[in-house]
Design a protein around this ligand. Sequence first.
Ligand SMILES: CC[C@@H](NC(=O)c1cc2[nH]nc(NC(=O)c3ccc(N4CCN(C)CC4)cc3)c2s1)c1ccccc1
Length: 279
Amino acid sequence: TRARFSLASFEIGRPLGKGKFGRVYMARTKTEPKYIVALKCLHKEELVKAKVEKQLRREIEIQSHLAHPNILRLHGYFHDEKRIFLMLEFAGKGELYKQLHKCHHFSEKRSSRYIAQMTDALAYLHRKHVIHRDIKPENLLLGIDGELKIGDFGWSVHAPGNRRTTLCGTLDYLPPEMVEGKDHSEKVDLWALGVLTYEFLIGVPPFEDLNGYNATYKRIARVDLKFPTDGTAPSPEAQDLIKRLLRHDPQARLPLDQVAVHPWITKYRKKVSSAGSRG
Ligand SMILES: CC[C@@H](NC(=O)c1cc2[nH]nc(NC(=O)c3ccc(N4CCN(C)CC4)cc3)c2s1)c1ccccc1
């Protein structure tokens, strides 16, 4: 029997952040056991106006059935006449993109460990034939131990997908097959993993073009990938992994099980102390 929650079940804490259609607050259940959650409050009126209620229903359906350390848990949801409330896992170190902007780019070690966690999470999603389709720093959170958590499944679908809703926001993370409106598969997340690796290491996405949407579109379609030549280029191993993911042909992109054993990933994987292996 599923526990029934309502707004009255919670003490609402400080606002944590905001996104499209609403805000997210820290919240705690009033009765034992006192759960801390991130309560995301979305306004029904805005969802209907933007015609995204079906997308939200899909987000809830998909995310509530996922359980992985690098994927933000959706514990459940409830609604009143004006709002829908999602009871999300609280990620104690906040939004990853704010840290990326603060330190401009991440070190090779920090980037490699985040990409290893992303690879584990994506392998879990793809085993369930779920494509995320919106992997970007703005949708990533950090748990209390600094572990990466994929949030915001607003664009996820069961494979194969063919987008009907008009794309809005940045093209930067979209692969050629999506900007060209073609059918797409889980391989779109491999492309996004390559874009994410590049942005972690360099601080900007690879095909960003300040001349705007069409210029970015062209650079994606041509896979116009360039690394800095001012001495800030990533290591050869990092460049190798990025080049193996940013392939125009979705079938040519490095599969996740090979990303997991790529030298740039294994080089920085957390060492388990010898005691650990005996313990
Ligand atoms: C990414 C936007 C999206 N957000 C979520 O879904 C979100 C879900 C979710 N779970 N936990 C969160 N944690 C935080 O937002 C957070 C922020 C700052 C924190 N710190 C500040 C610095 N300090 C030094 C340490 C603690 C800690 C936690 C968020 S955000 C969204 C989308 C639509 C509507 C609202 C929110």
